[in-house]
Each structure stands twice: as C-alpha cells, then as structure tokens.
Design a protein around this ligand. Sequence first.
Ligand code: PLP
Ligand code: ZN
Length: 401
Amino acid sequence: MPAIAYLECSRCHARLPADVPQTLCTQCTDQPAGALYVRYDLAHLHGSSPREVVGEDASSPWSGMWRYRAVLPEVAPVTLGEGWTPMLRSKRHGGVFLKEEGANPTGSFKARGLALAVTMARHYGLRKLAIPSAGNAAGALAAYAAAADIEAHIFMPRDVPLANAVEAAAYGAKVTLVDGVISDCARIVGERKQAEGWFDISTLKEPFRVEGKKTMGYELVEQLGWEYPDAVFYPTGGGVGLIGMWKAFEELERLGWVRPGKRPRMFAIQSSGCAPVVQAFEEGASASRMWQDPATAASGLRVPKAYGDYIILDILRASGGQAVAVSDEAIFASLRDWAANEGIFLSPEGAAATAAYDQLLASGVLSASDRVVLFNTGAGLKYTDVVAAALGLASAGHTAR
Ligand SMILES: Cc1ncc(COP(=O)(O)O)c(C=O)c1O
Ligand SMILES: [Zn+2]
C-alpha cells in the first residue's frame, strides 16, 4: 500500500498534507471550497501488470475492495467484506452488465466509501463521526463505526426506508430523524459539529469516501478484462461514485492497467422529482441550483444540491455522457420488470439506471451493441416497505391484493 503523498484541491489544485484529518480545501479563494482528492506517488507501479499487483487470494484480509490496496492508503483496514461485487450479465440485453452493489455489507455501495472513511478516522484517532444521510450511508457508517469502536451521530430524513432507521439504531448509532431532506440534515450537522466535537463525514467534505468508491471503477474495468465499457449508468445523488470512478480511470491510465481506448460515457441518472444535475446539464451550467420540494421514492436520489455538482457536470461533459431524469413511475415499472424477468430485485435507485437505459436505447442515444454497465447501488430488499407501497404488494401483516 502506498503512503499518501498529499491531498489535492479539485478547484484550485492546492496541496494539503494528509498527516492530519482534512475536510475541504483551506486555500480556495472562491467559495464553496473545493473537495480534496487523495494523491500518491505510484511511479513504482507504472508499467506493472495489474494481474500481478492485484492478486487473487480470497481468504486474505486483502480481498474485496482491498484487492486494490496498491492504490489505497497505507493503513490497517476496518473491513466487513466490502467490494468485489458481482458483475451480472443481463439475460435480455446482450451488451448490458449489472454491477450488483446490493451484495455489499449493509446492502449498498455506501459500504465502500465508509469502510475507507472510517478506516482513516480510526487511523487519525477521531472518536466521533457525524453524517447527514439519505439513508444507506447512515447504515454503512453505523456498521463501520461499530466495528471500529467509534461513535456515529446520524441525521436522516424521518421518511427514510424503514431498514435504514432500523439498521442504524441496531448498530448502536445515535440517530436523529429530521423533518426535512438531506440538506436540512447537513445544516444541523454543520451547526452543531464544533460544539459537539464531531468530525463531519458528509459526502465530499472529507477525501476518503470518494477514495473508497473509486474501487468501483477499478473493479468494473477488471471484471471486463481490463477494458472500458462504452457507457456507465450511475444513479446520482451526491455523485461520489461517479467522481470516484473517474478518478480510478485516470489512475488506471497512468498505471497502464487498462487497455488503451476511449473512456466510458458517464450517465448520471436522477428522478424527475429531484433532478438538479439534469437541470444544470441541460442549461449548460457549471453548477446546479438547489432543487425545490424534492420528491421521489428513490430516497438515495433525494439530494436537492450535490456539493460536488461542478465535478459531476465536468465529468459528464468530458466523457460525452449525459444527465438523465426518469419518473418514479418508470423506476417502479423497471424494478418490476427486472425482478420478474431477470430475477434481480433492484433498489429504486438501481431501477432508475435500468429505466434510463431503456429510455436511451429507445431514443437512439445508445445502441443495443454498446457495452453498458448499470449500477444497482443497493439491494431491493432494503426497500420492502417502499416497494410494497409503490406496487401495492403484500407487506408485513397484509395480504396481496
Ligand atoms: C441506493 C443508493 N443509490 C444511489 C445513491 C446516490 O449516491 P451518491 O450520493 O454517491 O450519488 C444513494 C445515496 O444515498 C443510495 O443510497
Ligand atoms: Zn482549493
């Protein structure tokens, strides 16, 4: 594992040291301050063969996402077995691969970012972490904090899926349910953190959640034989995974680990009930505006303004991708379609990606022969209450209609 050389601001490119916990750039003259990227000296790996470096021993603590330890910080991991999730082939669409992130601990891709963020928090000796969350990040923080014996203070909307509230409480986190959305939760964390001594582990306000999520980029390339797909569909709230994967592609190219070829077109998928990135993309804007009255049953997408919107929009444009909105109706139709026809119970967020795929195939933006990776970012089973309500299916104590 490499030592971190420095942290680099995504806006002004200032370099900050990583020997103390950092949040946002302290050198930016324009506000909001830039998010920080983790940089290493990887010169010793240039020209190496990824197969030799990455290794295969599934029984070692270096399995899962830690197979990429050569490009992760040099610290002892707090791990619950995250990463190396299945890349499933669609039965019906020849070019479509489904990256099944529901197989992670706590049933979502949030495990990757929070495994690394909590690993680093323990390394720095932080004792109290706070997070505003749309739901799944809360569950993941609660689990990793319990594993690391660190306090977790969680703020999430009162109407999160039941599983998110139950898991966070079961892991022993201090949970506050807020009347509002994730931005209201973020405001509360911001107001109280100094007095409470909390380290704010919000999306992009510390560098390691992106760094953990970049493993999705390494993984999808490895699982496709160290080749890029033509397109990646990512259900986007705060956009951490999209930003992390793009960073992985940059690193893979510098290392020479990916076959030369065009980077995938990146598609950010949102619900039409909360689509600030889509709006900004369509307006040609460099940042988004706060979305008023966000409303979607895909709770992970209920993010009215992403802190890293400027990075997301840059990536979409640089890759030749798009931001796409799908209705909740289309989301639940696709969820039902994939469950009944592929045997895969998607999260509503994942079903936003599959619905968007159908939409872009029909409109000719993609062709059937394109190799496309769709992210199912969470397990459908975390949403039984939400899905039961949306589809009128049986829920606990009730009979199917
Ligand atoms: C299942 C699921 N998908 C997607 C997202 C959005 O993730 P990001 O904030 O990385 O864009 C979330 C966030 O809560 C989520 O829980
Ligand atoms: Zn800066």
